[in-house]
Design a protein around this ligand. Structure first.
Ligand code: NAD
Length: 356
């Protein structure tokens, strides 16, 4: 018998090639905004100014000192820049959206977001702030952008390597949504379709970053991935990557891309419904091989060893991962099972699904 609780998230989404230049004015007007704080990183500012040209007189302040992971000092200066504003408009990647969220968190101002990467932050109520090397995250509905304008044309300039990294991260959000703590039939449906679009868009964008159709697939997939993650949350895969990344300062996107097929192989025997839906979305009979080969095709490093990790290192994180592993993970997380998973991910050998 299916039982679930589903907290649907509000928000308006406007999607389409050219949407940012054609529709942003109407979206800003819908808020009656007269004094807008524009948040756009230095490399995104020229694009943001171009998009805001039809309502330039309403840009009361521009904040461009965007940094990864939103240092608290940066959040403070962005909040000062928001004095007197009635709307935050952010144009850029996850770091820019994160800066806008930091302002909304203390001011309650509504956000209109125009994403230019595949991070997905624009559809989640999750904020993150960093003090020194310590990152704190939290969830607050006030930081959830009220309107998101998705325009695939804005992603045409995102380099192929960044696009692949960001897109594979979105795949991880979709796959985990099937066993994440707040999963439900809606988040699973969204995740499945997300994988379908990402799997279509990723190889095509890697082959030709100027392929507009593939860019639209990837951006739609990223939106769906962010939506699934926002509702379902994250599970074993994210816990493993979080612990490994923190312990050995590994690159975020590569770590996720390497580990994901091994977590799927670990869970697949006890999550047959998820497996067959992931397989169908990938257009493959075996979802584990499908995911592994997708990564290979996109140049994902073959194993954590290629990131400089030593085999013995993986044993040192066992206890930390075990402490964080969700109790209702489809396959129960034992020290032996986790060791085998991590060693295989270290070696980069083709992931094997063990029947249990
Ligand atoms: P990013 O925003 O740091 O952007 C990466 C680089 O790409 C930057 O140099 C940026 O200027 C450049 N860039 C952005 N758009 C471009 C474009 N269209 N063309 C060319 N260059 C472009 O990276 P990101 O991957 O978008 O976001 C990562 C951040 O988002 C992390 O801090 C992560 O924690 C956060 N995040 C938060 C959530 C959430 O729910 N809160 C979800 C996902 C990611």
């Amino acid at each position: 018998m299916t039982t679930f609780v589903y907290d649907a998230l509000p928000g308006r989404v406007v999607f389409g090639p050219g949407a940012a230049s054609a529709k942003l004015l109407a979206e800003v007007d819908a808020f009656g905004a007269r004094r807008i704080l524009l948040v756009a990183g230095a490399s995104e500012e020229a694009l943001a100014r171009e998009l805001c040209a039809p309502f330039a007189d309403r840009i009361a302040a521009t904040f461009s000192d965007v940094r990864p992971h939103v240092p608290v000092e940066i959040a403070e200066s962005a909040r000062e820049a928001a004095a007197g504003a009635d709307l935050i408009l952010c144009v850029g990647g996850g770091s820019t959206t994160g800066t806008a969220k930091a302002v909304a968190l203390t001011t309650g101002l509504p956000i209109v977001a125009v994403p230019t990467t595949y991070a997905g932050s624009e559809v989640t109520p999750v904020w993150g702030l960093t003090q020194g090397s310590r990152k704190t995250t939290g969830t607050d509905p006030v930081v959830l952008p009220r309107t998101v304008v998705y325009d695939p044309d804005l992603t045409l300039t995102l380099p192929a390597t960044l696009s692949v990294a960001s897109g594979l991260n979105a795949v991880a959000h979709c796959v985990e949504a099937f066993w994440a703590p707040r999963r439900n039939p809606v988040s699973s449906a969204v995740a499945e379709d997300g994988i379908r679009h990402l799997a279509a868009g990723l190889p095509a964008v890697a082959a030709d970053p100027e392929d507009g159709r593939a860019r639209a697939d990837l951006l739609l997939g990223a939106y769906l991935a962010g939506s699934a993650f926002a509702v379902a949350g994250s599970g074993l895969h994210h816990k493993i990557c979080h612990v490994l990344g923190g312990a050995f300062d590994l690159p975020h996107a590569e770590t996720h891309a390497i580990v994901l097929p091994y977590v799927l192989a670990f869970n697949a025997p006890n999550a047959p419904g998820a497996s067959s839906r992931i397989a169908s979305a990938l257009g493959r009979e075996d979802p584990v091989t499908g995911l592994y080969e997708l990564g290979n095709k996109l140049g994902v490093p073959a194993g954590l060893r290629e990131l400089g990790l030593r085999e013995a290192d993986v044993d040192t994180v066992l206890d930390d991962v075990l402490a964080l592993a969700p109790a209702d993970n489809p396959t129960s997380v034992t020290p032996d099972g986790l060791t085998a998973l991590l060693r295989a991910a270290w070696a980069g050998t083709a992931p094997m699904t063990e029947e249990t």
